[in-house]
Design a protein around this ligand. Sequence first.
Ligand SMILES: Nc1ncnc2c1ncn2[C@@H]1O[C@H](COP(=O)(O)OP(=O)(O)OP(=O)(O)O)[C@@H](O)[C@H]1O
Ligand SMILES: Nc1nc2c(ncn2[C@@H]2O[C@H](COP(=O)(O)O)[C@@H](O)[C@H]2O)c(=O)[nH]1
Length: 181
Amino acid sequence: MIVIMGASGTGKSTVSAYLTRQFGIPRVLTHTTRPARQGEVSGVDYYFETPTSFTQNHYLEAVTYSGYQYGSSYEGLTRAWAQNDLVSIILDTAGGMTYQQALGAQFAGLFLTVPDAAHLADRLVARGDAPARVAARLASAETKRDLTLPPALAPFTIVVVNADWAATKRALAAFVATFTA
Ligand SMILES: Nc1ncnc2c1ncn2[C@@H]1O[C@H](COP(=O)(O)OP(=O)(O)OP(=O)(O)O)[C@@H](O)[C@H]1O
Ligand SMILES: Nc1nc2c(ncn2[C@@H]2O[C@H](COP(=O)(O)O)[C@@H](O)[C@H]2O)c(=O)[nH]1
């Protein structure tokens, strides 16, 4: 399982979509109580939940991130694995730690970063996020934490600086090749 991590705006969803498009690697959909962003669809981007419906799934792990609940359910994992042996999932680093412990050798971390975190706000605003929401997200303890890869995950994780998209695509191709070699 490719576990994609990184702070908000580093490009996790963009990379995950590229892995699906280019290499046929499906993404495990996770559940959240945060409101959908413009263009996001339940069952495509997330399973969007109410606080009550969130409790009705069976989670391998769940976290609170920037004031909302997120969780990866066994139901979501089963659906993705029915499509392909190699799947990706987007998690915060706390979830990444849980998955590394649960999956052992099947865990392949992919940590995204940018050369200058000051550019993250510009990316999120360009994505269409409201400036107030961007400020709250980037000020959150979880986003600050996820600017850095936890040392415990370093042996099992590659780091990709996602600035020049062509370079990112080359790094992803080399990474994916390690699973098919
Ligand atoms: N290499 C890149 N260069 C410039 N912009 C990029 C690059 N990669 C992604 N982006 C853009 O940055 C914005 C944020 O990307 P994305 O939504 O994939 O980030 P994310 O890490 O999933 O964020 P979040 O955790 O907030 O959902 C998007 O508008 C995306 O198109
Ligand atoms: N530990 C988990 N983290 C998750 C899960 N689903 C998403 N995430 C992470 O949450 C933040 C915020 O996501 P956003 O879409 O609101 O920007 C981000 O770091 C995701 O990686 C999950 O099920 N478990």
